[in-house]
Ligand binder design. Structure first.
Ligand code: URA
Ligand code: SF4
Length: 184
């Protein structure tokens, strides 16, 4: 547990706690408002994120930005991070030991930001944060309150690229998160 953002960022930037350090170009720490009411958690960096060191800057990120814009969420007002900070090879899912190795960093980010709402983007985020017993299809769009934080599981934006019909759910969930944010 680090006391300051700079220490945490520094630790991530040179981390070798799991095998994902071997092929990364950049670590992808996270970005946004460090006092955000809402935090978004994805899975892990893809090729574009690995190149730029920023989360959700590729195709899925552009789609997420469009949803943000449509709903009136500013990307700079929320905080965005991932389960793992280094890109898994060929964009495979992070393995359990990799997610576990990286989880202290995310926990530290959550402690610093103190979000009231956490939007879980897809199955990997859902299972690693709330537990393996959760299933994204069954949990999507349903609030889960735990230790004073409201969690909202939704589709991963990359899933919207594969299945257009999921966009409606995603938009609905983001709207729901925004409305709740304004009440808290
Ligand atoms: N997918 C993710 O889960 N995270 C990113 O940062 C980009 C794509
Ligand atoms: Fe460290 Fe996380 Fe990268 Fe693994 S994925 S090397 S734990 S920063």
């Amino acid at each position: 547990m680090y006391e300051r953002w700079e220490e945490l960022e520094q630790a991530v930037s040179c981390c070798k706690k799991c095998r994902l350090c071997e092929n990364r170009i950049n670590t992808v720490f996270g970005t946004g408002n460090k006092e955000a009411k809402v935090m978004f958690i994805g899975e892990g960096p893809g090729a574009d994120e690995d190149k730029l060191g920023e989360p959700f800057v590729g195709k899925a990120g552009k789609l997420m930005n469009m949803a943000f814009e449509g709903i009136g969420i500013k990307r700079q007002e929320v905080y965005i991070a991932n389960i793992v900070k280094c890109r898994p090879p060929s964009n495979r899912n992070p393995q359990d030991d990799e997610a576990k190795a990286c989880m202290d960093y995310l926990r530290n980010q959550v402690i610093f930001v103190k979000p009231k709402i956490i939007v879980l983007l897809g199955s990997v985020a859902l299972k690693n944060i709330l537990g393996k017993e959760y299933n994204i299809t069954a949990s999507r769009g349903k609030w889960v309150e735990k230790n004073g934080i409201f969690y909202l599981p939704t589709w991963h934006p990359a899933a919207l690229l594969r299945d257009e019909t999921k966009k409606i759910d995603f938009w609905k969930d983001l709207k729901n998160a925004k409305e709740k944010m304004e009440l808290l």
